[in-house]
Design a protein around this ligand. Structure first.
Ligand code: ZN
Ligand code: ZN
Ligand code: ZN
Length: 249
């Protein structure tokens, strides 16, 4: 399987509009790894392309990555940075399954044209959805609205994606993470955050759990610059994602 990080910014992206902080200014002027569009990931394998989350700039992200065909879209939860670009799929080139938890579907604010032109599909946690040789299993994470992580599996390789999740994790989450070849966490801030895992939380997880490869994404402008962050987590074997990063599993 191939993982492609299309965007790696948190809710506001970096640079964030209306913000003149040092990190946004640097991202605006110099770009590079410090400029982060909002978070979206593509999982690819055996002719299938699964898109996870549709931030407001999704059309630009797909276009810039040269992705012109998709097998399905998965949505983690209703927050704007994850579904703000969903309406763009009114203009997608083919009929597409759009999959979300049954408790997330009513919050998607689907337009009539999108409902007419896509295959809106609900799922429950722990069901297995098959797209060719890739199996997708959604699982619940704690966030302040209903929210799902996903396990993507192909030929024995597993990618576990936690999406926005609070630092409150259960034994289930530990088992899933420890079974993963790559485990992706959303960490807007470095220090503790009430609704989100932080980089410090992931450092603690890596110390306590047995994880093969941990990756952090969904990073905001209060966090460190990319190179600083890479340095701070290097000793813990954590990978800092950036827009355009691809990984093979
Ligand atoms: Zn988010
Ligand atoms: Zn800023
Ligand atoms: Zn959220």
């Amino acid at each position: 399987m191939k993982i492609q990080f299309l965007g790696t910014g948190a809710a506001e992206g970096i640079p964030s509009f209306g913000c003149a902080c040092d990190r946004c200014r640097l991202a605006r002027e110099a770009g590079g790894y410090n400029a982060r569009k909002r978070a979206s990931v593509m999982i690819e394998g055996a002719g299938q392309r699964l898109l996870l989350d549709t931030p407001p700039e999704i059309s630009t992200l797909l276009d810039r990555a040269g992705i012109f065909d998709l097998s399905a879209v998965f949505l983690s939860h209703e927050h704007f940075d994850h579904i703000g670009g969903l309406t763009e799929f009114e203009y997608w080139n083919q009929v597409l399954p759009i999959c979300a938890g049954y408790d997330v579907l009513p919050c998607l604010r689907l337009t009539p044209r999108l409902e007419e032109r896509s295959l809106v599909t609900g799922f429950y946690a722990h069901t297995r959805l098959h797209f060719g040789d890739i199996t997708v299993m959604p699982f619940k994470v704690i966030h302040h609205v209903p929210c799902y992580g996903f396990v993507f599996e192909m030929s024995g390789a597993r990618v576990v994606h936690f999406s926005d999740a609070s630092p409150t994790m259960g034994t289930l989450h530990r088992h899933l993470a420890e079974d993963g070849d790559v485990v992706i966490f959303h960490t807007p801030t470095f220090e503790t955050h009430p609704h989100h895992l932080s980089v410090q939380n992931v450092i603690s997880l890596v110390k306590g759990w047995s994880l093969r490869r941990a990756v952090i994404t969904h990073i905001n402008h209060d966090n460190y610059l990319h190179e600083e962050l890479v340095e701070k987590v290097a000793d813990h074997g954590i990978i800092v994602a950036y827009d355009g990063l691809t990984m093979e599993v």
